[in-house]
Design a protein around this ligand. Structure first.
Ligand code: ZN
Length: 102
């Protein structure tokens, strides 16, 4: 006679936490991928290499001369559309967005 399979309660908890962590990720203002754990927290996006310092649509054309150097968000978005990175010099470091980040 077959024994009923033991259910590991941790399996469903881990899956639940994983799904929630993906859902609460924030979109990168440059490439739009869900790669950031929190908004405006100086998170570096691994997909485009933009560092999220809080710049967004309303001041996208501004050159802040901080973490992103002389790049404005508008320029970084244009670069990402052309080459897949916030700047061509970041191409060796970037990667494609994962399914859960799109
Ligand atoms: Zn990005």
């Amino acid at each position: 006679m077959r024994q009923p399979r033991a259910v590991n309660p941790w399996a469903s908890i881990v899956v639940h936490l994983f799904v929630n962590s993906v859902e609460t990720r924030f979109r990168c203002p440059c490439c739009g991928s869900r790669t950031l754990e929190a908004p405006e927290a100086m998170g570096l996006c691994p997909v485009c290499w933009w560092e999220d310092d809080g710049q967004d649509d309303e001041d996208a054309g501004e050159v802040r001369l901080t973490v992103n150097g002389t790049l404005s968000l508008t320029q970084a978005r244009a670069h990402y559309a052309q080459c897949g990175a916030a700047h061509p010099r970041f191409l060796p470091y970037v990667r494609k967005p994962q399914v859960t980040e799109q």
